[in-house]
Ligand binder design. Structure first.
Ligand code: GDP
Length: 533
């Protein structure tokens, strides 16, 4: 392993996220990837979150003092001379816009599918978000040790539902109790599952047998072997072949099979990630009013805030802003400026590093640092040395939960407006003002966002308000010519609103209503995400 020169440090960063529908096995895969890379010693640590805390580094103190849980936000490990930053994407109950925003800080993603279920609704949404930036996606089909759908059906599902070319890199021999392992299509070698899960460690690669070897018949019985050969032939002839460029452009996904729980295929996935995942990419920006591209090798330190985590104790105003570095070599104590000229000395940044690596005070493009602040930093902000750089910003995503704010004391309407606007600017929830009537509609992609907002409106602004169901299912930003938007708005007065920037939004009663409008109004676009900035 050669040690890259310091100037090339950024080039060995691989920053990625794992996306999946709940219960497909994201947590189990994360644990096993980290175990496999040797970064954590005992399984269960990811799940246990804060229980096994390290005590030395600053960020742990920050967590303890201020009750902010950041330990699992970025998990870092080294493998094959590369430094991987695995960004945690909140799931299940804590699913929120942060989950989407985190994907804007990743250079690639692993999509985990449950082999018995294929593409599920949340996977679909997360892939849509990856597509906004054409993030390359690797697919891991998990739970092959359980009865699975046919591999053909799984690949078709990816192709049909996600409009992604699915290039099988492996072909499975059976599933469930009969699961024998997978054929590595490139090397024409069989990786056996062997059912010896007690002996297998996550770091082990599966034993390989050449497909031409007579030994194979002892591993895969006759009939199954014929089926495997047939499947592999079909895969080679009919399925899209892996193509690096299509993968990097986000049009094609290489597909791997395995069982995270039984440590099968995880090491191979780790190797695949090292082989194909891209490093930090150039970021579009505006510099002094001119469009520009910031290269990861540029010397000036610059990055964007993709997530702000509030203190769990509402009486503290402390926040941690997660800054994804896009260029330069960050050093502790550096003074950085927002695009509005606000200067911040980053004296106690939260740096995430592999456990066995010396604690360094530096970070590079591709890395994420946590910047403690008292509310000065917001989602989408740029920080740079000169203050002259502005990145495109983090988009807003079409909310799926819409609530009407109902005041106990109608005289507080102005206060409420201010509170909701400020929380929307911060990125906690979104705010919509219907064109007709005086309601405030708040929007979120996850229930937790609504709860956090409710709590903060009550404790920080002292306003008594209830959030009741609104008769809308989702919202879309409407773009097109002014005249066409006006015609549409005229016909849909009761469903039109403005967002916090005054942009027109269509509040739809159902997904069907959205597709119907798209068909009826071909000159308009109904966007699921809006770039802010
Ligand atoms: P997450 O919700 O996506 O994080 O999913 P988890 O990792 O928590 O897994 C959900 C459930 O599936 C748990 O009960 C896991 O033990 C189980 N599971 C995960 N991976 C596998 C696998 O490869 N095989 C089997 N049989 N079960 C698995």
């Amino acid at each position: 392993m050669t040690k890259p020169t310091e100037t090339g440090e950024w080039a060995r960063r691989r920053t990625y996220a794992i996306i999946s529908h709940p219960d497909a096995g994201k947590t189990t895969l994360t644990e096993n990837l980290l175990l496999s890379a040797g970064s954590i010693r005992a399984a269960g640590q990811v799940r246990a979150r804060g229980e096994n805390r390290r005590t030395q580094s600053d960020w742990m103190k920050i967590e303890q003092d201020r009750g902010i849980s950041v330990s699992a936000s970025v998990m870092t490990y080294e493998h094959q001379g590369l430094l991987f930053n695995l960004l945690d994407t909140p799931g299940h109950e804590d699913f929120s816009e942060d989950t989407y925003r985190t994907l804007t800080a990743a250079d690639s993603a692993i999509m985990v599918l449950d082999a018995a279920k294929g593409v599920e609704p949340r996977t679909l949404k997360l892939v849509e978000v990856c597509r906004l930036r054409d993030i390359p996606i690797l697919t891991f089909i998990n739970k092959m040790d359980r009865e699975a759908l046919d591999p053909e059906a799984l690949l078709d599902d990816i192709q049909d539902k996600l409009a992604l070319d699915a290039a099988p890199m492996q072909w499975p021999a059976e599933s469930g109790r009969r699961f024998k392992g997978v054929l590595d299509l490139k090397r024409d070698e069989f990786l056996s599952f062997g059912h010896a899960d007690d002996d297998r460690s996550p770091a082990d690669r599966a034993p390989r047998t050449p497909m031409s070897s007579a030994d194979l018949e002892r591993i895969v019985p006759d009939g199954e072997l014929a089926r495997l050969r047939e499947g592999a032939e079909m895969a080679r002839e009919v399925c899209p072949a892996y193509n690096d460029q299509s993968f990097r452009e986000g049009h094609l996904t290489p597909v791997y099979f395995g069982s995270a729980l039984r440590h099968f295929g995880v090491r191979e996935l780790l190797d695949a990630l090292a082989e194909v995942a891209p490093g930090p990419q150039p970021e579009p920006a505006v510099v002094k009013g001119q469009p520009a591209t910031i290269q990861p090798s540029d010397p000036e330190v610059a990055g964007f805030v993709f997530k702000v985590q509030a203190n769990m104790d509402p009486n503290h105003r402390d926040r941690v802003a997660f800054l994804r570095l896009a260029s330069g070599k960050f050093k502790r104590g550096m003074k950085l400026k927002t695009e509005k000229g606000k200067a911040i000395t980053v004296s106690s940044p939260i740096l995430f590093f592999a456990q066995d690596r010396e604690i360094a005070d530096e970070a590079f493009a591709g890395d994420v640092i946590g910047v403690p602040n008292h509310g000065a930093l917001r989602v989408g902000d740029t920080l740079s040395e000169s203050g002259a750089i502005r990145f495109a910003g983090i988009p807003n995503f079409a909310p799926e939960i819409l609530r009407r704010a109902r005041l106990k004391d109608p005289l507080k309407a102005k206060h409420l407006k201010k509170a909701l606007e400020s929380l929307a600017e911060e990125g906690v929830t979104q705010l919509f003002r219907p064109v007709l009537g005086g309601d405030f509609i708040v929007g979120a992609v996850g229930q937790l966002q609504i709860e956090v907002m409710s709590e903060r409106v009550a404790t920080e602004y002292g306003i008594e308000v209830t959030f009741e169901a609104a008769p809308y299912d989702t919202a879309r930003w409407v773009t097109g010519s002014d005249a066409e938007i006006e015609r549409f708005a005229d016909r849909h007065k009761s469903a039109m609103a403005e967002d916090i920037d005054g942009d027109p939004v269509f509040l739809a009663k159902s997904a069907w209503e959205v597709s119907y409008s798209e068909e009826k109004w071909p000159d308009l676009k109904f966007l699921r995400a809006k770039e802010r900035g």
